[in-house]
Design a protein around this ligand. Sequence first.
Ligand SMILES: *[C@@H]1O[C@H](CO)[C@@H](O)[C@H](O)[C@H]1NC(C)=O
Ligand SMILES: *[C@@H]1O[C@H](CO)[C@@H](O)[C@H](O)[C@H]1NC(C)=O
Ligand SMILES: *[C@@H]1O[C@H](CO)[C@@H](O)[C@H](O)[C@H]1NC(C)=O
Ligand SMILES: *[C@@H]1O[C@H](CO)[C@@H](O)[C@H](O)[C@H]1NC(C)=O
Ligand SMILES: *[C@@H]1O[C@H](CO)[C@@H](O)[C@H](O)[C@H]1NC(C)=O
Ligand SMILES: *[C@@H]1O[C@H](CO)[C@@H](O)[C@H](O)[C@H]1NC(C)=O
Ligand SMILES: *[C@@H]1O[C@H](CO)[C@@H](O)[C@H](O)[C@H]1NC(C)=O
Ligand SMILES: *[C@@H]1O[C@H](CO)[C@@H](O)[C@H](O)[C@H]1NC(C)=O
Ligand SMILES: *[C@@H]1O[C@H](CO)[C@@H](O)[C@H](O)[C@H]1NC(C)=O
Length: 893
Amino acid sequence: MKMGLSHLLLFITIIRLICFSTKAENIECPHKCDCLEQYVDCSKKNFVSVPKIPKWVERLDLSYNRLNENVTEAFDKLLHLQELKLDKNSFHFIPSLLHHDQIQELSLNRNNIGSIDTGTFPANSSIRILNVNSNHIKFIEEGALTNLTNLEILKLNRNEIKSLPNHLFMNQTNLRTLELNHNKLHVISPLLFQGLSNLTTLKLRFNNIDNIMDGAFFGFKSMNLLQLDHNRIRNISKGWMYGLESLITLSLSNNLISEIDSGSWELCTNLEVLDLSHNHLLEVEGRSFQHLINLRTLNLGYNKISSISQDAFGYISQLQTLQLNNNKISWTVEDMSGPFSKLQNLISFSLAANHIKSINSRAFDGLSNLGELDLKGNNITSIQQHAFDSMSKLKKLHLNSSSLLCDCNLLWIVKWIKEKAEQKYVTANCAYPSEVRGVSVTKLKEDNCGDSPKPKVVEHPKTHLAIKGRSANLVCSATSIPFNNMTFLWRKNNGNVSNPTVYENITIGHNGQPRATSVLVIPNVTHADSGKYQCVVSNNFGTTYSTKAKVNIVTFPRFTKTPTNVTVKTGETVTLNCAATGDPPPEISWKKDGGNDFPAARERRMNVMPTDHLFFIVNAKTTDMGIYSCAAKNPAGTIIANATLTVLQEPSFVRVMENKEVTSGDSVVLQCMISGSPKPVIKWLKDGAPITPTERHFLTGDDQLLIIIGSESSDAGRYECEITNELGTKKDMTELRVLPPVAIMVNEENMAGIIIITVVCCAVGTSIIWVVIIYHTRRRMASAVHTFPAESIKMTHVVHSDSDSPQMFSDNISEHSSCKDSGTGDSAKQTSFDGVPTDRSEPVHFETVCQSYPTVPEAHKLLPSSFKPSIQVCVNTSVTPATYSFSSHSGNV
Ligand SMILES: *[C@@H]1O[C@H](CO)[C@@H](O)[C@H](O)[C@H]1NC(C)=O
Ligand SMILES: *[C@@H]1O[C@H](CO)[C@@H](O)[C@H](O)[C@H]1NC(C)=O
Ligand SMILES: *[C@@H]1O[C@H](CO)[C@@H](O)[C@H](O)[C@H]1NC(C)=O
Ligand SMILES: *[C@@H]1O[C@H](CO)[C@@H](O)[C@H](O)[C@H]1NC(C)=O
Ligand SMILES: *[C@@H]1O[C@H](CO)[C@@H](O)[C@H](O)[C@H]1NC(C)=O
Ligand SMILES: *[C@@H]1O[C@H](CO)[C@@H](O)[C@H](O)[C@H]1NC(C)=O
Ligand SMILES: *[C@@H]1O[C@H](CO)[C@@H](O)[C@H](O)[C@H]1NC(C)=O
Ligand SMILES: *[C@@H]1O[C@H](CO)[C@@H](O)[C@H](O)[C@H]1NC(C)=O
Ligand SMILES: *[C@@H]1O[C@H](CO)[C@@H](O)[C@H](O)[C@H]1NC(C)=O
């Protein structure tokens, strides 16, 4: 049995009339109204004035009438009134209810109230709930709410409030819910909400809020729910989060948020639900959600997210629901390895309506509790095997792509769907090969799968160093079977390369298979270009990612200081300067004459000061002369600067010239051993007149040796050696005596002789000069060449030492030499020098032949034509200690 409300009320009213007849005037339910106990319903009666209301009324509904503030007096005597509904009337302001400090709930929705003024509410007002939604409130006077100390719920939705006075809610310590949706607020200042320490719910949806000042919600110790959807908030920062430590649900959808400052959430670690959908987020960074350790639900749908960093969700491992639908996600799922792997508690995950074309095998690593995955609205062409392996609890896979590439690589999914998934959510169809186009993937069979027409990268971009200011290229080539038009996209550090310069072409490879190549050109490399580059190749059948190539930027070295040519005198200090910049900073190294042998270093006269870029040589010597090269080297390259060091030394005699004697017919060598820098010019004089070379007289060893073959008495005399360079001239002299010939045997046969001379020539450094004179002469006279006179085969060692100049030793210490048995003066004994064959029957040969002097003209004439005499001067710089010796032998050829 059903009874209408009005019938029931009527019935109750009748009961009242019977039971409380003593209060006749008070107990009557007003005409047209309905009453139930202390509740009187006079709504929707088109009243312009308040009918007579019984005094016992506790709850009175006068909504949907035409009442205005002039009727206020009518409530004066209703001393039990607790709840008054005046919705949808014509009030222009909140009626003053001065005698009604017992009213707890007042509702004035949908009137014409334009403001709330002071004096409206009596002291000790009991109002707990005040609803003034859908009026035209523009202002609330400062202090207007002061007397509402018991207010728990205040609804001011759908008004025209642009701003509110500071400290408006100072006395509302009991307020739990404040609703200000659909107003025109745009600034939230930190003073506005002061005092609302017991507020749990604040709704500010659909305002124009674009400025939430730091500390705006400070003191909201109890806040659980904060709604800020549909405003104009641009970023999230820690500043306005102060005081939100109890916040559990925060909704910020439909704002203009493009940035989440790192550390924003540090103060609201209790947050469980966060809605950031419909914003302008482009990426999720590693620290975007740091501190949200209790987050259960995160909605990031309808943003523009294309980039998700590897550790983006590392902090929110309690997450159970993640919405990333309607974004621009592609490579996160196509290429990254385990971007969601920290979300082990995730149960529901939406990636619907993104740009995912393929799914790599590691994309969903770690999602071990996932039960529902939404991939609808992605034109997925391929899914790598094992891609779903880690999601052992996945039942609801939403997949509706009709672009699937049903090659043999996709067969596994048929089995997977049959065994694991609820099939009704999978409506994906094949697009390729043509035989199975439009066929549901679940019907795919082994015998109708084929090759993959997906792009295959055959040349990956290579890691390299790029030089700043130069251009750099990255090359990526791909092919597919059958060949298909491809598009290349270049990515850098997981973002797209902006305004890339790219050249693309198609060539035919060795196997006759076409391949497409894309070259990314960085025309003018700067430091900003460093990073990891990757090419992404797509065709209708899918997307393939190349490996990532690291490009490091280096700067070519550049000299800031270069060494200059220096000329010093011996004993002075040489300073060479060399410094260079570059990135990485170049290493500086020195070479002398292209090698690493620095006489000054051996003698500890050299010092390189890396910090000052200085190179010192103290106590310079002529051996230090040469070209010093400073090389500045870094991975970008090497630059070299040369400087010539010239050391000047006065001409000097290394050895005092000795007087000599020679037996007539024998050969003799006069020595003028000199030193000086530049190399002195030597002038030989005999008895004051310059010596001119003849067939018997010639100079060798840089003119330091005067050789006289077959001496005659006219050769006797005073020989002078005059040496000159730019620092001066010096002179030394020697006397040559020619002794009469000694007759030992008479020999008509042809005689051949070899003179081997080893001398030290100081002018070319302490080098050994091998002078070999081969002569052949016919002698008729009895005085045969048996032996050199003893005094002409003196031997001297020149031992290299660390001292300033070569030291001379007489032959009494010759046992230290490697050629101690040379120069015994006995020509019958074959003299042996290191490496110098002396067997007369063998052609004379030296390992190091540096220079061949012209033959001795006269000797040549005397020799048989088959025997070619020559004088060879060999400079052997590697022999240390150097030897000076003089030897000869002679005999038949
Ligand atoms: C209220 O009554 C006063 C005087 O009785 C009148 O002037 C005023 O217009 C009335 N207000 C409304 C809204 O009817
Ligand atoms: C508070 O109540 C007192 C006493 O009724 C009144 O005089 C005062 O104007 C009220 N204050 C405000 C701001 O409404
Ligand atoms: C309102 O709050 C202020 C400051 O806390 C206090 O001085 C004042 O007495 C309060 N007013 C009422 C009516 O409680
Ligand atoms: C309101 O907050 C105050 C402290 O700010 C506290 O003493 C009081 O119990 C709270 N009231 C309610 C109803 O929570
Ligand atoms: C997916 O494919 C359909 C039909 O080919 C096309 O209309 C749509 O734009 C594609 N969506 C994306 C995100 O590429
Ligand atoms: C590739 O694209 C070019 C121009 O965009 C078009 O002319 C050609 O037919 C396409 N080739 C294939 C195999 O799709
Ligand atoms: C295509 O590009 C490659 C790589 O830059 C280049 O070596 C080749 O010469 C190009 N071929 C044509 C036909 O342009
Ligand atoms: C490269 O860029 C630098 C800095 O932007 C500029 O100074 C230089 O002229 C550019 N060089 C070339 C070749 O464009
Ligand atoms: C340094 O000396 C070298 C060789 O002597 C010469 O080629 C070069 O021009 C000189 N450099 C300067 C700056 O004089």
